[in-house]
Design a protein around this ligand. Structure first.
Ligand SMILES: Nc1ncnc2c1ncn2[C@@H]1O[C@H](COP(=O)(O)OP(=O)(O)OP(=O)(O)O)[C@@H](O)[C@H]1O
Ligand SMILES: [Mg+2]
Length: 266
């Protein structure tokens, strides 16, 4: 059964796409079969990877899949130039998706059915890139995912954003939850599906200590991943060449950090 990993975190630019792409690449090097899905209308994941046969724009993308009544996964999947990695590309039409699908009320079974299809697929890991919002889609993804990576950068506002996300998750729960559910059990369900990852952290940055302590006060230390991805300009250089970091420079510290992270989330 495939494991589904998402990266819902409504603060923009924290490194969601960078982290997802590099975890996926490291998992593929560990001989795991990986499917990327780009649900961000900015299309960063779609455009930051290389495709087999120079084929760049797919005929079918995630918008088509999300608006189909009974989608068949294979129809939307494209091969990348990396061994063991395929993708369902994004679409800027996703910005208008709310008109098509209401993931929280009348269409609330769509994401569980979609995840059921992903779990039964041939992939070991399905990695879903998300946009920086608290949308119905993103709340539905957190609700159903096996693991959501909440990426926190050195900016102190990231903790405020995490608090807002938790608040909206709690608020949205009665809409789709079945039966009587207490606020404690909702927080518990959030804490078991979500892990915190520190990314883009300057060496010896003191804000981490404050952030760590706030998160420990909110939840528990076990939610924080051991691996920290430090700040390095190699992230930008690799992206300019549309390469995962460890393909760009296998011996770089950041490549080692992503390798460690992939093993930690496996
Ligand atoms: N560890 C890091 N060190 C240095 N630069 C980084 C690091 N992680 C990400 N970046 C850079 O930060 C910028 C934002 O990263 P990225 O696009 O992955 O963020 P995002 O959270 O996906 O953004 P958005 O919210 O718009 O989807 C990029 O230019 C990326 O190269
Ligand atoms: Mg992104």
């Amino acid at each position: 059964m495939s494991k589904i990993i998402t990266n819902v975190m409504p603060k923009g630019g924290v490194g969601k796409t960078t982290v997802l792409l590099n975890i996926g690449y490291e998992l593929s090097l560990l001989k795991k079969k990986v499917l990327f899905i780009d649900t961000d209308g900015q299309l960063n994941l779609t455009s930051n990877i290389q495709y087999k046969d120079d084929q760049v724009i797919a005929l079918k993308n995630i918008f088509d899949l999300f608006t189909e009544e009974d989608p068949k996964l294979d129809y939307y999947i494209y091969e990348t130039s990396y061994k063991n990695i395929d993708i369902i590309q994004g679409s800027s039409d996703l910005y208008f998706l709310r008109n098509e699908r209401n993931f929280m009320a009348e269409d609330k079974d769509f994401i569980p059915k979609f995840f059921d299809m992903l779990h039964k697929s041939d992939y070991d890991y399905v990695l879903i890139d998300t946009n920086p919002t608290i949308s119905e889609l993103n709340l539905a993804l957190i609700q159903n995912t096996d693991l959501n990576l909440i990426i926190i950068d050195g900016d102190i506002n990231a903790v405020d954003t995490l608090q807002t996300l938790l608040g909206q998750y709690i608020k949205s729960y009665p809409i789709w939850a079945k039966g009587e559910i207490t606020q404690e059990s909702v927080i518990y369900s959030f804490a078991t599906r979500n892990k915190i990852l520190f990314n883009n952290i300057a060496k010896q940055e003191s804000v981490i200590e404050y952030t760590r302590n706030t998160i420990i006060d909110m939840f528990h230390e076990s939610m924080i991943l051991d691996t920290v991805i430090h700040r390095s300009v190699v992230a930008k250089y690799a992206k300019m060449d549309r390469e995962p970091i460890s393909q760009y420079d296998k011996k770089h510290t950041m490549s080692k950090e992503f390798r460690k992270l992939a093993k930690e989330v496996i």
